[in-house]
Design a protein around this ligand. Structure first.
Ligand SMILES: [Zn+2]
Ligand SMILES: [Zn+2]
Length: 440
């Protein structure tokens, strides 16, 4: 039990050379008052320089900390913040934040921006960034609980440092990857794209679940979530460290839960059958009206996610493997799955080429290596065509799901809420055996 909600440090930007921003309301910077207006900061000879809109230098230091005079009324707007870094939805946005903001060099040659804010205010922005605040209230409440639990579990892990280090080739680690703040503001941790989209429904969902987390065996659950499981949720160990948790056991994403559940990982033939089929699942949503209501605008641009296909020509695939994974096996003869998780996601993939063979481990490394951004998921089967001397001219990947698939399936959960499920039932479906507790 905590006395009050914690204050957390969120990394908004790392290693920038120049930052344009705007203050709405009065802030204090050291002993100095900084009035509302537009400003620019840039890195210069080991320091961060603050200049006004006319380019006049106002301050120069290795650390500039802006404290709002009125915490609930002041806003800090960052222009040109990157969202969806390295994913297919990457773009620039202006974002508004509350709370304290610090610009720091941390001894590097760029500026890192860190926002210190109360956990509940942070969550308000997170649930409106991860999904649309127009989603059903029961879905928003479920998201409040998992976003809060995930964050507190990460803080606890960092403190205790009891998690084994991620394998070097896993590529996707977790909040322990951040040295200078608790969590980042993007898909790597949780999306925190500012307060602009926060509405009354989000605030009410937060108020109704204040301090509530999922607990298992006396510990706060590491409640992972992703966009669409593809029909069955995945195990933790397919994506991150080689450990598993009972409450993250794979579940069939349908009303009957795990009844008659047969994981497609048992054989390549089962995986093919599952991925080429379109089984009934909460996240098998074709109703664009529902999707438009629950997904943020930039996620709505992704039309195919439950089942999808991507084609790569031989030279394109060779180029990607070289550029994204440093793998040069010559001409690629085959992409061979060596191990799949319960959702069909491949977590060991062998690349067989004319010159060499290489194995890529963990789902995110596989998704990164086979796409200019990231593949939707690593649950795919491969079809080749136009083979000449055993060397295919092209590879078509038929896949299932969007994201790592562990824990809560966001589109499935939004569909459950639309069908009338309460938030505690949604949480019980994805996190088997976990209990709801208020910790402050
Ligand atoms: Zn992160
Ligand atoms: Zn799902």
């Amino acid at each position: 039990m905590l006395d009050c909600e914690p204050v957390i440090a969120v990394g908004l930007i790392e290693g920038a050379g120049q930052i344009d921003f705007e203050l709405q309301g009065v802030y204090s910077l050291g002993g100095r008052v900084v009035r509302a207006g537009c400003y620019r900061s840039f890195f210069d000879r080991g320091c961060i320089v603050l200049s006004d809109a006319q380019g006049r230098e106002l301050e120069r230091s290795a650390r500039l900390q802006y404290v709002p005079a009125a915490a609930s009324e002041n806003f800090f707007t960052l222009h040109n913040a990157v969202i969806g870094r390295d994913f297919h939805w990457e773009r620039l946005q202006s974002q508004r934040f509350r709370g304290e903001i610090a610009f720091d060099t941390f001894g590097t040659s760029g500026i890192t921006v860190v926002n210190r804010i109360g956990l509940e205010a942070y969550l308000e922005a997170v649930i409106c960034s991860e999904m649309s605040p127009e989603s059903d209230p029961e879905f928003l409440k479920a998201h409040c609980v998992i976003s809060r639990s995930w964050l507190l579990a990460q803080l606890e892990l960092k403190r205790a440092a009891r998690m084994p280090a991620a394998p070097a080739d896993a590529a996707f680690t977790d909040a322990a990857a951040h040295k200078n703040f608790d969590v980042c503001n993007d898909d790597h941790c949780q999306r925190y794209h500012g307060m602009s989209r926060v509405n009354g429904a989000a605030q009410q969902a937060l108020a109704e679940t204040r301090g509530k987390v999922l607990v298992f065996d006396g510990k706060i659950c590491d409640t992972r979530f992703s966009k669409c499981c593809g029909g069955i949720s995945e195990r933790f160990s397919a994506c991150w460290q080689d450990v598993d948790f009972d409450y993250l056991s794979p579940v069939a994403d349908c009303a009957h839960g795990s009844a008659g559940f047969k994981p497609p990982a048992s054989s390549e033939a089962e995986a093919r059958k599952f991925i080429l089929a379109s089984p009934p699942a909460f996240c098998n949503v074709t109703d664009r009206t529902l999707l438009a209501r629950v997904l943020p605008d930039f996620d709505c641009e992704t039309q195919q996610f439950f089942r999808w296909s991507v084609s790569l020509a031989q030279d394109e695939l060779q180029g990607l493997l070289k550029q994204k994974a440093g793998i040069d096996c010559g001409a690629i003869m085959s992409l061979m799955p060596l191990a799949r998780g319960d959702s069909g996601r491949i977590y060991k993939l062998k690349i067989i080429g004319t010159k060499a063979e290489k194995v890529i481990a963990k789902e995110l490394a596989i998704r990164r290596a086979l796409s200019p951004t990231h593949l939707y998921s690593s649950a795919f089967i491969v079809e080749t065509s136009g083979a000449k001397d055993g060397i295919p001219a092209s590879f078509t990947l038929h896949g299932a799901g969007w994201g790592h698939g562990v824990g809560l399936c966001q589109i499935g959960a939004a569909a459950m809420a639309a069908q009338g499920y309460r938030y505690d039932a949604i949480l019980a479906h994805y996190f088997r055996g976990a209990a709801l507790h208020a910790i402050y």
